[in-house]
Design a protein. Structure first.
Length: 428
């Protein structure tokens, strides 16, 4: 007779209390150093998705809810789905069922099953969840409503979220809700208002030094969304989203960025890019497969699909980059260590996620000019100082001082045989 399989041990109350403390005060419990807390810290403090997933894959005992969170953050939807199915097969207490329902709703959102996501979220919202869980369920459902085109319901949920975030000022929903609100304005044609709202989020995070890779990726995607919806799309923003998601370890958002790049290419290049780079990923993630097919067929079924189709339809072949040109080739084929965003006055080092504020003036202008390609000292000087001629005995020292300043922002700037070149960097 086989021994009955023991149920996974789930301590929903422990992780709920941890969420409430962290997202209300910004602090983790003193002395908490178990594996589950390490997963929470990796996800919500350090933005180290790979570290969280590594804990989930290790042999040390780990609460199934934390495993699900880690796998969802990594984009490992199948592994998360298997755990959810296993622990849902047995009776659980009400609190555990609601917390599990939240993770199931998140899973459905990542899979792009928006109608079922709405149903699951609504069901568990009726179970009187805790305020922090209610906040998360409402945020998930608001995104699902947005994707199905139910803007009125989306706005209603966002208003509830706006009230609840006052209790949890350190919750990621504080940022995500504001971004989602701006996207709604953009869809409704209020482009200037949407831009003002996104600007406010950028400025708030910058002023408070609250940068995380997750926040930066969300804002880069928001800037890209606004550009796609109003036109023209910005390829470098899509590439930046791919690079950042790749470094963070979020496979779903990495592959969503692949679709954004695909939509920005002219038709002759689109098929090649699709076959070589997008198609292999569609076999991994159902949502990517669905969106890719919608883009190819030009038959969208969601707001994201509509924006992708709109972007590709608006692409002008003569002005669009191709797979093999300098813009896409260099930033795609070669490793990128640094993102530079002069319009937002920040630089972001991908290797250690360090954020630096870019000063206006010569530094920002130098990055923009060097992004165009290698140039001689004379060309560089004339473009940055706006003077007609470079005199070595007068201008060599300030030129090298400026290059030293660029390197302090993490930039690899080489000077060989009088030619200045920016390496392993993407300027947006």
């Amino acid at each position: 007779m086989s021994r009955p399989k023991s149920l996974p041990v789930i301590n929903a109350q422990k992780w709920l209390s941890l969420d409430i403390q962290h997202f209300s005060s910004g602090a983790l419990p003193v002395g908490a150093n178990d594996a589950e807390t390490a997963v929470h810290k990796a996800l919500f403090v350090d933005s180290k998705v790979r570290t969280a997933a590594a804990h989930a894959l290790s042999h040390e005992p780990l609460d199934p809810l934390q495993k699900i969170r880690a796998f969802l953050a990594r984009g490992e939807t199948q592994m998360a789905d298997e755990i959810i199915a296993e622990i849902s097969a047995e009776p659980r207490d009400d609190l555990t069922q609601v917390e599990l329902g939240l993770e199931q709703a998140r899973l459905l959102g990542l899979l792009g099953d928006w109608l079922e996501c709405i149903q699951v979220s609504t069901y568990h919202l009726q179970k009187n969840p805790s305020s922090i869980t209610r906040l998360s369920l409402l945020m998930v459902r608001a995104v699902a409503f947005f994707e199905t085109g139910d803007i009125v319901s989306c706005q209603k949920d966002l208003r509830f979220v706006d009230s609840l975030v006052a209790l949890y000022p350190f919750s990621v929903s504080c940022v995500f809700a504001k971004i989602q609100d701006a996207k709604v304005d953009s869809i409704q044609g209020h482009h200037q208002l949407a831009r003002q709202k996104i600007d406010a989020v950028w400025n708030n995070l910058s002023n408070r030094s609250l940068w995380t890779p997750e926040y930066l990726l969300s804002l880069l995607r928001a800037d890209l969304f606004l550009a796609q919806n109003r036109g023209p799309s910005k390829l470098n923003l899509a590439i930046a989203c791919w690079q950042l998601a790749h470094h963070v370890g979020n496979d779903i958002y990495r592959d969503l960025a692949l679709l954004d790049i695909l939509a920005s290419l002219p038709a002759p290049q689109r098929q090649l890019f699709y076959q070589d780079l997008v198609l292999p990923q569609t076999r991994v993630h159902p949502r990517i497969q669905k969106l890719a097919q919608e883009l190819i067929d030009q038959q969208p079924t969601s707001t994201s699909g509509r924006i992708l189709c709109q972007t590709s339809a608006n692409t002008v072949a003569d002005n669009s980059p191709s797979v093999g040109d300098g813009t896409l080739g260099v930033t795609w084929q070669n490793p990128i260590d640094l993102l530079i965003y002069p319009d937002r006055e920040i630089s972001f080092v991908l290797t250690d996620f360090a954020v630096n504020k870019l000063p206006r003036g010569k530094v920002s202008r130098a990055f923009v000019e060097l992004a165009r390609g290698p140039m001689t000292k004379e060309e560089f000087f004339e473009k940055i100082w706006l003077l007609p001629k470079f005199h070595q005995h007068l201008h060599q020292s300030p030129l090298h001082m400026l290059i030293s300043r660029l390197r302090k922002f993490g930039a690899e700037v080489t000077v060989e045989d009088g030619v200045i070149q920016l390496q392993k960097a993407l300027v947006l």
